[in-house]
Design a protein around this ligand. Sequence first.
Ligand code: PLP
Length: 341
Amino acid sequence: MSKTLDWDWANLGFAYVKTDYRYISIWENGQWDDGNLVTDNTVTISEASTALHYGQQCFEGLKAYRTKDGSIQLFRPDENAKRMMKSCERILMPTVPVEKFVDACMQVVKANEQYVPPYGFGATLYLRPFMIGIGDTIGVKPAPKFLFGVFCMPVGAYFKGGLTPVNFTIADMDRAAPYGTGAAKVGGNYAGSLMPHERAAEKGYADCIYLDPMTHTKIEEVGAANFFGITKDKVFVTPKSPSILPSITKYSLMYLAEHYLKLKVEERDCPIDKIDEFTEAGACGTAAVITPIGGIDYKDSLHVFYSETEVGPVTTELYNTLTGIQFGDVEAPEGWIYTVK
Ligand SMILES: *Cc1c(COP(=O)(O)O)cnc(C)c1O
């Protein structure tokens, strides 16, 4: 069993913590350098970097989990690596090969091992890989140089004291354009989401739900998480759209719903005026894990799914199965777990 710091693990939130080491690798003249761990948590770049002016940057988010026997594991890091490659391609940045990405994550977890929360608190070590265009480029074109970094911080369980449903409202703005960058994990999608999020929070909602940017008639996604609903006939349904960010948690839940819970699974349109087809609903993502949706405020009335205070049985079973796999208590499908050695 590896050592951990003496910390108030039960009350950790989601806030930046400067851990001991982070990984940095630089791309120049057509290739990546070997990359290495550094202690400095600041980055000095040219004032003319494309990341600063034209949003040429992308990021990822994944977690390291401490299991009951004290070992540490990553959940599907290869999927984050592949998604980051797609984000990079979309905005003309060089890609980081899957092996280099996973190795960087492993190095960062290993070097900051004492920050991986102990088993039993629902807390994890959150990893933030990112890439930025750097170098002297004031013209609107791809940067001549790129920085790929991975840093980490311990984060608390999303729900202290158990799963609780929260309410959402429908955004009256879009996070992505119909043929834009909605499916890429780029910072540009986030700047425009700050205002609708703040407005939803001011009205007492956890976040807002975005409708499809083309017609504003179908549920697209939930802030920084994907949406799913469970029908009366126990079908797991999740929206299909080219402007949704493909959530690894969502695709994992689709697999678990089908193979572990034996439910039917559908990826298809979810019209907002037909939300009463769902008896349960949730938001899913690495940070949110599964957030049960109590109700959605649409056209000035709150549509409640299962209950505003209790979590439905299918959502509960999905949550227990997913987190059971992530913390090593439930057998994972082949290839989902990477043990940190
Ligand atoms: C990262 C992200 C998600 C969740 O994806 P996971 O791979 O499940 O963490 C959902 N929506 C948006 C907009 C995101 O950026």
